[in-house]
Design a binder for this molecule. Structure first.
Ligand code: UDP
Ligand code: MG
Length: 317
């Protein structure tokens, strides 16, 4: 198959049919074999019925329906899992991303050899409350990741099939797919300026809390890639360092006591009068704690395999 289009959606009943018709208008003249995978992320409106209706009319339509709302990342994960096309395109269901971009995105992946081409909504039609945090967000991620993209969170992206089969998107990590892909060894990441529209129907499914969650996820994603498989390297090292500091303080405390008794022949002061006593105490306790945390993290990281486990109630293949 040439192309898979993955569309995660949550309560977008008004948009789905219009989006599908638009995709068809663009893609069918190209004579490619393709599929459009709608992942219904636990919608409570008629979204799934609309998808079923579309499938009646067109065999290109596929659907996955979650029993409840898991979030966009979960939708993408299951869409990626089902995708079969050599090139996989993701787009939002709300008609903000334009299907007109599809042919050029596919060409960039196929002919220019990119692993990922990310859309860049250079001219955005979103409220200021969204575009401003987004600028800050993108700047931070650019700095942390070293990937020169302007718009990490753009829903419209194209991937080589290999990429989507070898990365794991979970939690709210859809914002960091280029980062996750780079960590997995896919380094040819390109960018294309894409058309953007105002949301036509319904409302945004993400609130302001996305900014906070986004930054916390950035910490996780960089931390996990560095230490996820070897947490002991971080906690163990810090713990040992703290312990050594504590031990040296205790040693100094003992030595100074011996010195005052046997060398200066004065009555030794109480150890609790010395600041070193408290440093030794605190450092050794914190050091041991860090060490234990590292050890536990190490045990946990060896057992966490049920992260992407979703309840799917219906499926159209
Ligand atoms: N979405 C989803 N699950 C969710 C939230 C959103 O599948 O829990 C979908 C949503 O239906 C849309 C896409 O993710 O197709 C982007 O969401 P939205 O347009 O609300 O985000 P924004 O454009 O405000 O960033
Ligand atoms: Mg949108």
């Amino acid at each position: 198959m040439d192309l898979s289009i993955v569309v995660p959606l949550f309560n977008e009943e008004e948009s789905i049919k219009e989006l599908y018709n638009w995709i068809q208008r663009v893609v069918s003249p190209l004579n490619w074999s393709y599929e459009v995978i709608f992942v219904d992320d636990g919608s409570t409106d008629a979204s799934w019925q609309v998808i079923e209706g579309l499938r009646q009319e067109s065999a290109y339509v596929k659907g996955i329906r979650f029993r409840r709302n898991y979030g966009k990342s979960a939708g993408l994960y299951c869409g990626f899992d089902a995708a079969q096309g050599d090139v996989v395109i993701t787009m939002d269901a709300d008609l903000q991303d334009s299907p007109e971009e599809i042919p050029e995105l596919v060409r960039m992946v196929k002919e220019e050899g990119y692993d990922i081409v990310s859309g860049w909504k250079k001219k955005r039609y979103d409220p200021l409350g969204k575009t401003l945090p987004s600028k800050l967000f993108n700047r931070t991620v650019r700095m942390v990741s070293g990937i020169k993209l302007h718009d990490f969170n753009c829903g419209l992206k194209a991937y080589k099939l290999d990429v989507v089969k070898n990365i794991e998107v979970y939690g709210e990590m859809h914002r960091y797919i280029p980062l996750i892909a780079k960590q997995a060894g896919f380094s040819r990441i390109g960018e294309k300026v894409v058309q953007h529209q105002e949301r036509k129907y319904g409302v945004s499914k993400f609130g302001i809390e996305r900014t906070i969650k986004g930054f916390l996820d950035l910490l996780s994603v960089t931390f996990i890639s560095k230490f996820g498989k070897r947490p002991m390297h971080l906690f163990g090292a810090l713990g040992t360092l703290m312990f050594v500091v504590g031990f040296l303080s205790a040693l100094w405390l003992g030595l100074s006591k011996l010195l005052s008794v046997f060398y200066y022949h004065i009555a030794a002061p109480l150890v609790t009068n010395s600041p070193y006593f408290y440093i030794a105490l605190a450092s050794m306790i914190i050091g041991t704690q860090l060490f234990m945390a590292g050890f536990l993290a190490e045990l946990v990281s060896r057992n966490g395999h049920d992260r992407n486990n979703y309840q799917i109630s219906e499926r159209i293949d």
